[in-house]
Design a protein around this ligand. Structure first.
Ligand SMILES: *Cc1c(COP(=O)(O)O)cnc(C)c1O
Length: 374
């Protein structure tokens, strides 16, 4: 078979392997010092005060919904085009996800559509920095404040992206990252919650570990064996093995981002004036390019043609309200979010990862232009 170019993949070097091996030889495989260190490194990078490392991005979203006190009868506004985890986390806590349409050119959540979905039951908005481009956070903040609702960033695509010269992570009340191997840095599985609010951070921290407080002062008072379960939580901990990998990976994040942006510029230039339409990126934002999404005519045929020649294109995402579970659960149906549905028929994610060679990039460009010509 031909050389296969996936849509995304991790970059692991000897330093990463060394960092993991060092933990394997140490006293702590989990709940050790690497967890707090990884949290500090990510928080500092994103210019946020507090971070809680968890087992994956989905767990991080669940922590946010719990920390914000969302439950039965509460509505949370989410974009129609996203990974299902964005809205699943609302269902975990018994809340109701309310979908909002997206902007046709950027596929970012459309603030006007968000505004139209606000009701007295709305408790939060979870916006997604789709493909790695920050949302219109100023408009979302204004809508959230005016209506007294929380703002959560599902920033799983956007580690290192910037909105008006500030790193993604501080625009919302709580922000979430994923360290799945296709994302910007890899820990195998992994996630993190970022916030500047100590109360929300503490709630997320408790939720990560069975709702058990490990406050050393109470242990000192009552005896070293003492702990109390204050809340119902899960085991959403991230191991020291994974955190060591994450710390090592963070040292390379800027070089990864630089390469992703370089590849994006090459794609942008090559598709200009062709039937392959790049998504719109805004001048006041620095895109992190987790994905490079284009719109093409006859997407299904182009998808097959690309796969045929060894290029792992993908589709991000099937609008969530089109999934059978959501249709049954919430009575949703096709036709409700026309912008998202129309975009879905055209979108294709092209390979985008830091270790792509210039030759790989040229191959993708040549093949997609050939494929759209039929
Ligand atoms: C990857 C991703 C998640 C979930 O992250 P996991 O670490 O895979 O659980 C959530 N939301 C979006 C938008 C994602 O891309």
């Amino acid at each position: 078979m031909k050389h296969w170019i996936p849509y995304g993949r991790q970059s692991i070097d000897e330093a990463d392997i060394e960092a993991v091996v060092e933990v394997l030889r140490s006293d702590f495989l989990t709940t050790g010092p690497k967890v707090a260190e990884f949290e500090r490194v990510v928080a500092e990078y994103c210019e946020v005060n507090l971070a809680v490392a968890v087992s994956n991005g989905t767990a991080a979203l669940h922590c946010c919904v719990h920390a914000l006190g969302i439950g039965a009868g509460d509505e949370v506004i989410v974009p129609a085009i996203t990974f299902a985890a964005t809205s699943n986390c609302v269902l975990y806590q018994g809340g109701t996800p309310v979908f909002s349409d997206v902007d046709s050119q950027s596929l970012l959540i459309d603030p006007e559509s968000v505004e139209s979905k606000i009701t007295p039951r709305t408790k939060a908005i979870i916006a997604v920095d789709y493909a790695g481009q920050p949302c219109d956070w100023d408009s979302l903040r204004e809508i959230a404040d005016r209506n007294g609702v929380f703002l959560v960033a599902d920033a799983c695509h956007a580690l290192g992206a910037e909105y008006k010269d500030r790193k993604v992570g501080s625009q919302a009340d709580m922000s979430v990252f994923s360290f799945h191997p296709v994302k910007h840095i890899a820990t195998g599985e992994g996630g993190m919650v970022l916030t500047n609010d100590p109360v929300l951070a503490e709630r997320a921290r408790l939720f990560r570990s069975h709702g058990i407080s490990s406050d050393f002062r109470s242990r000192e008072k009552a005896g070293a064996w003492f702990y109390e379960m204050e809340d119902l939580g899960f085991n959403y901990r991230l191991t020291d093995i994974q955190c060591a990998l994450g710390i090592s990976q963070m040292g390379k994040l800027d070089s990864y981002l630089k390469r992703r942006r370089e590849i994006a510029r090459t794609y942008d230039r090559s598709f200009d004036g062709t039937p392959v339409t790049s998504l719109k990126s805004h001048d006041d934002r620095n895109h992190a390019y987790h994905l490079y999404v284009v719109k093409v005519p006859e997407r299904d045929r182009v998808f097959s043609a690309m796969r045929e020649v060894g290029i792992g294109v993908n589709v991000h995402y099937i609008p969530v309200h089109l999934h059978p579970y959501y249709q049954k659960k919430l009575g949703l149906h096709e036709g409700m979010f026309p912008v998202a549905e129309n975009a879905y028929k055209q979108i294709l994610s092209l390979p985008m990862f830091p270790s792509m060679t210039d030759g790989d990039v040229d191959t993708v460009i040549t093949q997609i232009l050939a494929a759209v010509e039929g």
